[in-house]
Design a protein around this ligand. Sequence first.
Ligand code: NOJ
Ligand code: CA
Length: 661
Amino acid sequence: MKINLMKMLFAVLIIISVAFASDEHKIISPDGRIMLSFSLREGVPYYEVIYGDEKIIAPSSLGFKFKNQSELSNFSCIDFVTNKFSEVWKPVWGQNKNILNEYNELTFTLEEKVPPSRIIKLIVRVYNDGVAFKYHFNEQKGNNYFEITDEQTYFNFAGNFSAWWIPNDYDSEEYTYRNTNLDKMMGVHTPVTLQTKKGTCVVIHEAELKKYSSMTLERNRSLPNSFQSVLVPWPDGIRVKQTAPFDTPWRVIIITPNAEKLISSNIIINLNPQPADKNFDWIKPGKYVGVWWAMHLNKNSWVTGPKHGATTENVKRYIDFASKNNFDAVLAEGWNKGWEMWGKGNGAFSYTECYPDFDLKELSKYAKSKNISLIGHHETGGDYLNYEKQLDAALKFYKDNGVNIVKTGYAGPIRPDGYHYGQKMIDHYNHVMEKAYEYKIMLDVHEPIKSTGLCRTYPNLMTGEGVRGMEWNAWSVGNPPEHVTVLPFTRGISGPMDYTPGIFDLKYDQYKKDEFVKSTLANQLALYVVLYSPFQMAADLIENYKDNPAFEFIKNVPTDWDTTIALNAVIGDYVVIAREKNGAWYIGAVSDENRREVKIKFDFLEPGNYLMKSYSDGKDAHYISNPYPVIIKEEKISANQEYLIHLAPGGGFACKIGKIN
Ligand code: NOJ
Ligand code: CA
């Protein structure tokens, strides 16, 4: 009885939609902690976000400017509809077996009080882990074609928060993150991650990016800590060309009490619709090795010739290794004609003609006999039109040869014009995703458009790059140790990441004198748990795994999880993540350039005794001077004990925990 009364009271409180003179409406998260208020001030929509007693977003206005029409103005709210939603759904693959999707929603219909009397809807959702809103352009009485020159979604942050950001280069996200306060932040890509003095974490990102261009943020100089959405333009300067009715992507503000809880946020995938189909037998997460790192080290070449990597013989060697070591797939790059023209002209790549020393038919037969999948490769070099022209033939060619996973790539300027993250390319990336879905082909997209949760609807979109990954260590100053302590809270929030960890020969002096991976070997192991991807590569040359007992961890670690939790983290310093699959737990921890000890509690385990096999930095391990020592140890632990993890500079810790009784 008491409970029912409480419930009723709560239901009334959830959506307090009081129409004040200013048309103010408040919408509260299911747990009551986040509140978004919406109001119209002189016909301009405003929103504000409060988390507990902390203001996150001060009143911020929303609007649009167009090339072919006047800007939106003078709105009145002609209708609003409230909605509550709660479901638990199971992803085809993911970081958690069950995902709670629960929110309160308000849809406002706004009409201009003066001609052209355009009507839009603003759909607002408040979850326990953040807020999201999108604009719906109704079919209008007049002109339905919109050329958006400026989406004016403002984010007036309520303080000079700490921020982790990369610049909004319209062609690349392959940067290390800078950490400054908001007053020093430049134009940035999303996700961008902020932290308040209290430790509250805030991530700005977008979800369900379709038929639109990518959102970046830029400073609004007229107010402190104020940023505005800036959409990546077409070559003619227009940001988005659309015909109503249409929806914009969701503008998302993730809010969690601390960094650890960010790892548990599911709002980005929750904002995407579930797939139309039910049967996804053809989609399987897994681990792969491949003819890849050898090219980045200059040991092999993509181009056919004396150093050619993707030869039938060499790929067979990789298939043998994969089959012996519990891997699922083998990647072969540089198999098709055109690499000699990479970056030099249009129409270079053929996606249906192999180099003469690469026999796809033979290899697919061989791989099948060993129960290994071949991962195909489509590098476009940015020449996306050439790829589109061949897309059907290219996917069919692979499908006919038993290849059901393809890595794509866009390394090079978009030709003939445009940016990687402009509307035309968003359409392209989504077109390839949909086509691959039709062919039942899984994708790993390099130089992709950022993840916005489309993988919920298209679970064949397995993973992607969009990150300064391992390859940078082969041919640049590389990635500082701090990088992997930032990624789970920034790039990682958007979706799976093909970082390609697992380099064991961290110095590779034989191939490159100056470059090296800034990590200890134990750190490389930990990355399989710390950085999430349903496809993970063991990226090193296979000969470098021979006889190394630490390889056992990579062989066994799953890539699809039932439970994921972050145990302890300071963004940019260290992070400890625990994941569980079928009752077995795996922990990964990484440190920045500093040595440190991190205390964790095993209280996430069910009561009982467990056997833990751990891989930690050995004596005097150091990412520059001594990256190789690893201590492999088996010990008994119990669910209620604490444990001290020792991390070397650039170090790591990885373990597997199984129940004894
Ligand atoms: C860049 C990709 O990130 C990398 O994985 C690939 O090997 C090269 N492009 C060549 O396609
Ligand atoms: Ca790349």
